[in-house]
Write a protein that binds this ligand. Structure first.
Ligand code: TEU
Ligand code: CA
Length: 538
């Protein structure tokens, strides 16, 4: 029996299976490797794991190009290994979310092979096919995120097909009812196998404009650093026809209905820099869409200032009053936040504690609990086609995908006993390996465990309201409360000390294990660099 609302305020640990633990010495992580490491995962105190795709795949986008939704790629193991993973995880009290990539398949999927074989086969309409313009050019101006036109010519059908990502990731046609039915069957297949929910890849790309209208150019005044990094022309268009279409919600309601009897939860990935948090509100509204949406606001850019975080939280409250965000600082697509934000150990601890105090759920990406920086890779080491395309201005996603480090002195950091691993283990990571961190009382790993435990000890942090947010000096201040408890949270997000007024009323310090400051007798709160103050109302 599963408690229906377990996902609210949950802490989710993201595993990139290629890089977690190799159990059979081929240099690539696998499902049995994850099983071996479950005691460690459980020791973090997380509620759930999200496993990036392990389905049958030619691995052009490292599993985000699926050729069989209902099987495990031999590289990662077998379905029986997955069953063992679910059983073991559940014995440890850890739930399992799998990563369904439903917007597109691999071009090696039998559906696509059939679809491209003729104009009148049973699946002819399962992908987005369109004729060339009279001059032979693509049907419209849509662009691929990974570079170039979103249309790829197929000499067999003498037509173009749509792909939002790689040319080997053709876009499924969600306007075709049979496609929707087949994808709902995929969800049912995994729910029957016992998964607790899904991370749903790129849900706002499911449907495209059936009339294939051109996207308008992005108005010059909207070309901010965030919406238009010079490196990718994708960002010069207003993406109103190729993604975030209203029809997506119709399919997501059906998917939610399939999940409901299983008490399963979904985290939807809705990346839309141009619409920001508004889209999170749209996709989590009510009780029949996504349970949570993954928020990108803390995944890019510079170290977030208290003002920026307040603005983001205000925007969520406004755009998604009954919605639910899932916060993350790092994942398998972005530069690790230790490097991106150039954090000191104290800064990393402060942001970890902050994440555990924010309203929403939280995703931790493997290795961030060790304080791993982005790995430096040479061009020759690159595996990610996105990085190879845009090198050196954009270095791609390999630097956050290098193998997890378990033991400093072990071959490949304990990740694998093969001769060569699919990406090299970073030498900079070895001193931070799990075994070394366990022995080192000051290691970030212990702080992650304490911060996660602290969140679990205070229900108000998981599901309570978040009110009275303000910025004072260099501090972000807010209150979390439910009917039982009220927590005052202040975070000094700076390497300089700060002084605040003590909140009115009777409060006592909690979270001393998180370096929370104690109220001073002069009625002021003195916060050291990167120090929080967390207090509980008497
Ligand atoms: O990423 C989607 C993705 O690239 C978006 O976040 C994108 O940056 C944004 O929408 C731009 O507007 C997911 C996976 O996380 C990634 O690893 C895959 O490569 C991709 O989908 C394709 O499946
Ligand atoms: Ca392996």
């Amino acid at each position: 029996t599963r408690e229906k609302d377990w996902w609210r305020g949950a802490v989710i640990y993201q595993i990139y299976p290629r890089s977690y633990q190799d159990s059979n010495g081929d240099g690539i992580g696998d499902l049995l490797g994850i099983v071996q490491r479950l005691p460690y995962i459980a020791s973090l105190g997380v509620d759930a794991i999200w496993i990036s795709p392990f389905f049958t795949s030619p691995m052009k986008d490292f599993g985000y190009d699926v050729s069989d939704y209902c099987d495990v790629d031999p590289m990662f193991g077998h379905l029986s290994d997955f069953d063992a993973l679910i059983d073991t995880a559940h014995q440890y009290g850890v739930k399992v979310l799998i990563d369904l990539v439903l917007s597109h398949t691999s071009d090696q999927h039998p559906w696509f092979k059939e679809s491209r074989s003729s104009h009148d086969n049973d699946k002819a309409n399962w992908y987005v096919w369109a004729d060339a313009k009279p001059d032979g050019t693509p049907p419209n101006n849509w662009l691929s995120i990974f570079g170039g036109s979103a249309w790829q010519w197929d000499a067999g059908r003498m037509q173009y097909f749509l792909h939002n990502f790689l040319t080997s990731q053709p876009d499924l046609n969600f306007h075709e009812p049979q496609v929707q039915a087949a994808l709902l069957d995929v969800a049912e297949f995994w729910l029957q196998r016992g998964v607790d929910g899904f991370r749903l890849d790129t849900i706002n790309f499911y449907t495209h404009d059936a009339e294939l209208r051109d996207n308008p150019p992005l108005a010059p005044e909207r070309r901010t650093a965030k919406t238009a990094p010079a490196v990718n022309p994708y960002n010069w268009q207003e993406h109103i026809y190729d993604k975030s279409r209203p029809e997506n919600l119709v399919f997501l309601r059906k998917l939610r209905a399939v999940m409901e009897p299983h008490n399963a939860a979904a985290v939807g990935e809705v990346g839309d820099e141009q619409r920001g948090l508004e889209i999170l509100g749209e996709y989590t509204k009510g009780n029949d869409l996504m349970h949570m949406c993954y928020a990108f606001e803390l995944l890019s850019g510079d170290t977030p200032s208290p003002e920026y975080i307040k603005e983001v939280m205000d925007n969520v409250a406004e755009a998604a009053p009954d919605g639910w965000a899932c916060w993350a600082y790092s994942n398998h697509d972005v530069v690790r936040h230790m490097t991106r934000w150039n954090l000191s150990p104290a800064g990393a601890r402060a942001f970890t504690t902050l994440m555990m105090c924010l309203r929403g759920s939280a995703c931790i990406y493997q290795g961030e609990e060790l304080g791993l920086p982005e790995a430096e890779l040479a061009f020759e080491d690159l595996q990610d086609p996105y990085g190879i395309q845009f090198w050196p201005d954009f270095k791609g996603r390999d630097g956050c995908r290098t193998p997890m480090v378990w033991e400093r002195s072990n071959h490949h950091g304990g990740f694998s006993n093969s001769g060569q691993t699919w990406l090299p283990v970073s030498a900079d990571h070895l001193p931070l390996a799990v075994a070394q961190s366990e022995e080192e009382p000051g290691a970030l790993l212990h702080h992650y465990r304490r911060a996660i435990a602290f969140r679990h000890a205070h229900q108000a942090l998981k599901t309570g309201e978040m009110v009275d947010m303000r910025v004072e000096d260099t501090c972000l201040i807010f209150t979390r409360k439910n009917d039982e408890e009220e927590l005052f949270c202040a975070f000094n997000l700076s390497d300089q000390p700060a002084t605040l007024e003590t909140p009115k009323g009777d409060w006592y310090q909690v979270g001393s294990e998180l370096n929370s400051a104690s109220p001073m007798e002069d009625g002021k709160l003195h916060l050291g660099p990167w120090q929080p103050a967390i207090m509980l109302r008497e």
